[in-house]
Design a binder for this molecule. Structure first.
Ligand SMILES: CC(C)(COP(=O)(O)OP(=O)(O)OC[C@H]1O[C@@H](n2cnc3c(N)ncnc32)[C@H](O)[C@@H]1OP(=O)(O)O)[C@@H](O)C(=O)NCCC(=O)NCCS
Length: 218
């Protein structure tokens, strides 16, 4: 089973592009207009993400859908579909599922490297910093800080399309486990329709770390 599928689990449509391969012209005219004035590196990652998303949508029976960004850059999936996109150097991924089966999806991919110290300070509270140190004492190779950051971005990507509200790094308390799972406690009085505690998975391999969250509907 591929690394991305392992993190997402069975069910959703999952597509990944590994390496520097950039498809020649997979954007619809409307998508191409959105990204036309961006720098080449941004055009490449946007195109790679959209290529994966298009393949996922095809699998769900949606053909030629222009996946445009909303006001906060969130992809505007067709009615009846939830999904998520992420990219980092060497990997682009998209995950999509029918909203009849799936309430929310988030995915995040990151380079497998320690998180810069200034970012660590802005994404972790004291408990998370201490937990990360304990994990690093057990397993010094895994970039626990990077994984924690990634898990929070994954939570945000699942949260935002449902709530259309910002969620700060301090508003999600993440517990990473060594078995490839994590729990996130959303520190809001009202988290509906998401539960207050959500669980996801993580993995590392091929130079990247991946976190994902797939919440079933109903
Ligand atoms: C939006 C954000 C999560 C993107 O993460 P990133 O590591 O910069 O980039 P990634 O490649 O992983 O993901 C980018 C993709 O996320 C998706 N995305 C962007 N904004 C989004 C949003 N508001 N909701 C859902 N998905 C979003 C887009 O598909 C984007 O790719 P595209 O612009 O090419 O379509 C990040 O930039 C951000 O704003 N984080 C702050 C909020 C946060 O994470 N809070 C944590 C609270 S627990």
């Amino acid at each position: 089973m591929g690394l991305v599928r392992r993190v997402v689990g069975p069910g959703p449509a999952v597509h990944a592009l590994w390496g520097a391969a950039t498809p020649s012209s997979p954007l619809t005219p409307a998508e191409a207009r959105v990204i036309a004035s961006a720098v080449p590196a941004r055009r490449r990652e946007f195109t790679a993400g959209r290529t994966c998303a298009r393949a996922a949508l095809e699998e769900l029976g949606y053909h030629d859908w222009s996946l445009l960004p909303g006001p906060r850059r969130e992809p505007l999936w067709p009615d009846g579909v939830v999904g998520s996109i992420s990219h980092c150097p060497g990997l682009a991924v998209a995950v999509a599922a029918r909203s009849a089966d799936t309430l929310a999806i988030g995915i995040d991919v990151e380079t497998d490297a320690p998180l810069p110290a200034n970012v660590v300070r802005s994404v972790m509270d004291t408990d998370e910093a201490q937990a990360t140190e304990r994990l690093a004492a057990q397993d010094p190779v895994t970039p626990w800080g990077r994984l924690l950051f990634s898990a929070k971005e994954t939570v945000y990507k699942a949260w935002y399309p449902l709530r259309h509200e910002w969620l700060g790094f301090e508003e999600a308390g993440v517990e990473l486990n060594t078995d490839g799972t994590f729990l996130a406690h959303i520190r809001r009085a009202d988290t509906a329709p998401l539960p207050r505690v959500v669980s996801g998975r993580w993995a590392r391999g091929n130079g990247v770390v991946i976190t994902a969250l797939v919440l079933p509907a109903g």
